[in-house]
Every structure is written in structure tokens, then in C-alpha cells.
Design a protein around this ligand. Structure first.
Ligand code: GTP
Ligand code: MG
Length: 417
């Protein structure tokens, strides 16, 4: 498909530094590229405050209109969210499609969603985003242009009235409830294991780390939102200690709120996990802001009180590693690694082991050495630390997850029968 020619626009308010706005627009360009746009130019306006009617100043909008005409631009992308009125006014001046940040992110999600679950979630978020923006002008323009801002729910929905959209939203919500139920049952069946969830900003290297840790082949790409679903795998931490680890969708600055709400079933793995592994791309200039964004999102999900390990990834890209010494002082429970180059992975595994060790207990079992059934069952639920034989008896020192306590008692109750 041919790439749509586009311009990205940022508004530099007093609280934003020049460097920051540059980094924000770098990210916006990456998003635009992921959505299938070619960015020909970036425009930054410095202002004291937002212009209510047109977001940027009217003069600046007219300037953009000229560039659009000269260069045959098809889409103008704003780094912030615009109101329906602002979009309408801007389209009147600029005379091409106007897309805001949420619209762009939703569009990428729609293009990348593959599973039934992700597709349903994205469609719901898109319709909720669209509903207040469904004006005559918008509908008209969306029909006129294909490409970004219109993919997803399909052109047919855009033509229909609000009532039809509301009906569809209701159906989608019901569908999601069924999916959630299904997922819930699947998760229930895995509840004997401790669960860790990889979380982090998009492109931080979560899927790469998942692959390094468990030797899986989750899709990795140098693009934003490569992952939209949740993958769960069993990870071996030591000879007898295994935990479940999940990789899921990444977060980003100003993630549309409906999107987080719609992705509830995908993100359930995060909410229900025992431990969070927060992956950070430490080579990114805005990595500390990214940490903040991820922490805020985790709070929104209601998972902020979970034990968390902060993982500074991509240290192979750092020219100066003294930064890492500072970071280890500032953030306790952190570890610096390279998922791609396999640096310090064993340190990370040890850190996980240490954190979860509180969840393990040790017991001694004494039974007849011919009680093979009991012995093999004990081997299944935990790690045998010691084994001694004396007078036809076997003594086992076993270490297991507290979640196995019920099973352990069951095994013990069969002894002596
Ligand atoms: N140099 C370097 N690159 C890395 C490292 N870890 C991951 N990458 C690269 O970073 C990019 C993103 O990696 P992913 O694993 O897809 O990141 P993610 O966090 O899963 O991203 P999303 O699923 O899009 O949210 C890929 O190009 C990886 O090869 C690392 O330790 N060093
Ligand atoms: Mg990923």
C-alpha cells in the first residue's frame, strides 16, 4: 500500500522543554510510520496556552494549509488529543484529514490486531472514541479518504448514525464479557503456579526478554505495539522452581483511556500476577518519563501494590555505563541487562528467585522407601533439597510454593494408610 504523505504537529507549551518536544515528535513519527504514513515535515508552535477553537494558533493553521497544498499532504497528525470542534475547525482551514494522537494509536491497534479478542477490544475502543466525534464533516471526510483514521470499524459504521454505533458497542461489550469468562477459566487452571508479568513502555524489549528467558519465539520488531496479545509461558528459574511468565501489550504516553478499559481481558494477566517485571529501554532519552507513564498505567489498572523488579534493558547501547551505578542507587530492586545480547540474565533470574523466596516453605517428610507413589508426587510439587535413607525409611527435605500446600497435605494424608 502506498504511504500517505503527512505532517506531524506539536504544541510547545511553557512547561515543555525544547528537547522534550523533539523527543515527543520523534515518537509521533514512529507511530505515524507504524500506521503507514510517510512524514515529510514537522511543525512546532510555541505558545503560552492552547487555542480553544483550533488548538494551535489560527495563523499557524493557515501556514500548515499552505504546506499541505504545496506538498500534496494527505494527513496532518497532532501530538495531542483534539476535541471534535477543533478537528472541524482545523479541517475547514487545512483542507485535509486531521488525525490526533489517540486516533493514530487506535488506528495502529486496529491494523495490528490479529486475534478475536484483540479485534473486539480495539473495535470497542474505536467506536467509543468515534461517538462524540461523529459530525457530518468528519463522516464526509472519512468517506472521502481511505487510509488512516478510517480503518477498523469499517466505513459502513461511519455512515450509520449514533444509535447504530451504540447498539454495536453494547454487542461488543457482551462479546468481551464472554471472552473474559473464557480467559478467567483458563487462568484458574494455572493457579498452582506463581505468576510474573512483563510490563513496560512499547518497544522496551519485553518480548525479546520473554524469548531470552524461556526460549520462546514471540514476535519482536523495532516498531511500536508489535505485541497486542498476551502470551504465557512456563519459565524455569532453578531445577525445581518454575513460574509462569506473561508478555503483553506495551504502554505509551497518553494511551487513550478507552483503550486501557477495552483491553481489560488482555491485561488481566498483569492485574492477577504475583510479581511485575517492569522492562525499561534505558538507552532512550526519555526513559525516566517512560517509567512514570508505565507506573501511572499500572496504577490505573489497580496493580500498583505488587512486588516489582525494574529491569534496565538495552545496556549494550549505552556509551557510558556510569549511569547504571546511579540508577542502582536510585531504584532498589533493579537490575541492568541486555535481553538481546544475553547480558546479566542470570542476575535477573536470581533477583526473581530472591523476591519469590518468601512464597516458599520447607518441610521434612519421612516415609517407607517403597512408597514410590508418594515420593514421585513430592518430586512433582517442589524441589527436593535433601534425601536420606535409614532403616527402610526415606527422609526428604522438600521446598515448595505455598500455593502447593493443599496438595502437600493431600499427599501426606495418604501416608500411613
Ligand atoms: N540493542 C538492543 N536492542 C534490543 C534489546 N532488547 C530488545 N531490543 C530491540 O528492541 C526492539 C523492540 O523489542 P521488542 O521485544 O519487540 O519490544 P516490546 O517491548 O515487546 O515492544 P511492543 O510489543 O511493541 O510493546 C527490537 O528491535 C529488539 O530487537 C537489547 O537488549 N539491546
Ligand atoms: Mg512485544
Amino acid at each position: 500500500m502506498e504511504k500517505e504523505k503527512s505532517i506531524v504537529v506539536g504544541l510547545k507549551l511553557p512547561q515543555i522543554s525544547g528537547e522534550q518536544i523533539g523527543d515527543y515528535l520523534d515518537e509521533l513519527e514512529l507511530l505515524a510510520d507504524t500506521a503507514g504514513c510517510e512524514v515529510l515535515q514537522r511543525v512546532v508552535q510555541e505558545r503560552q496556552r492552547i487555542e480553544a477553537a483550533t488548538f494551535i494558533g489560527k495563523g499557524k493553521a493557515e501556514e500548515i494549509a499552505k504546506i499541505v497544498e504545496e506538498k500534496g499532504i494527505q494527513v496532518v497528525i497532532f501530538d495531542d488529543d483534539l476535541s471534535a470542534v477543533q478537528v472541524r475547525n482545523l479541517e475547514r482551514i487545512i483542507k485535509c484529514k486531521i488525525v490526533d494522537r489517540s486516533g493514530l494509536i487506535l488506528d495502529i491497534f486496529a491494523k495490528r490486531a490479529k486475534t478475536k479478542e484483540a479485534m473486539t477490544q480495539v473495535e470497542l475502543a474505536q467506536l467509543q472514541y468515534m461517538l462524540p466525534r461523529l459530525t457530518k464533516m468528519w463522516t464526509h471526510l472519512s468517506k472521502q479518504y481511505g487510509g488512516i483514521g478510517t480503518k477498523g470499524p469499517g466505513e459502513t459504521q461511519i455512515e450509520t448514525d449514533r444509535r447504530a454505533i451504540r447498539r454495536r458497542i453494547k454487542i461488543l461489550k457482551e462479546k468481551l464479557k464472554d471472552i473474559e469468562q473464557e480467559r478467567y477459566i483458563q487462568r484458574k487452571s494455572r493457579q498452582d503456579f506463581l505468576r510474573a508479568a512483563l510490563v513496560g513502555y512499547t518497544n522496551a524489549g519485553k518480548s525479546t526478554l520473554m524469548n531470552t528467558l524461556v526460549g520462546s519465539d514471540v514476535f519482536v520488531e523495532d516498531r511500536l505495539f508489535a505485541t497486542l496479545d498476551t502470551t504465557v509461558r512456563l519459565m524455569k528459574l532453578s531445577n525445581a522452581q518454575k513460574i509462569l511468565i506473561s508478555d503483553t501489550v506495551g504502554f505509551i504516553r497518553k494511551l487513550p483511556p478507552n483503550l486501557i478499559a477495552s483491553f481489560k481481558s488482555t491485561l488481566a494477566e498483569v492485574v492477577e500476577s504475583d510479581l511485575l517485571i517492569h522492562v525499561v529501554d534505558v538507552s532512550h532519552p526519555l526513559f525516566e518519563e517512560h517509567i512514570q507513564v508505565v507506573n501511572d498505567t499500572i496504577r490505573e489498572l489497580g496493580a500498583e501494590s505488587k512486588q516489582t523488579i525494574l529491569v534496565f534493558n538495552k545496556i549494550d547501547l549505552l556509551k557510558d555505563r556510569t549511569l547504571l551505578t546511579e540508577l542502582s542507587k536510585k531504584y532498589k530492586d533493579s537490575v541492568a541487562i541486555s535481553a538481546k545480547r544475553n547480558i546479566n540474565i542470570s542476575n535477573l533470574k536470581n533477583k526473581i528467585l530472591n523476591l519469590i523466596s518468601d512464597d516458599f516453605i520447607e518441610k521434612i517428610v519421612e516415609t517407607d522407601h517403597k512408597n514410590y507413589d508418594v515420593i514421585s508426587k513430592l518430586y512433582q510439587i517442589g524441589e527436593i533439597l535433601e534425601r536420606k535413607f535409614r532403616n527402610q525409611k526415606i527422609y526428604l527435605k522438600i521446598r515448595f510454593n505455598k500455593k502447593q500446600l493443599g496438595n502437600f497435605s493431600k499427599i501426606l494424608s495418604t501416608i500411613g494408610k
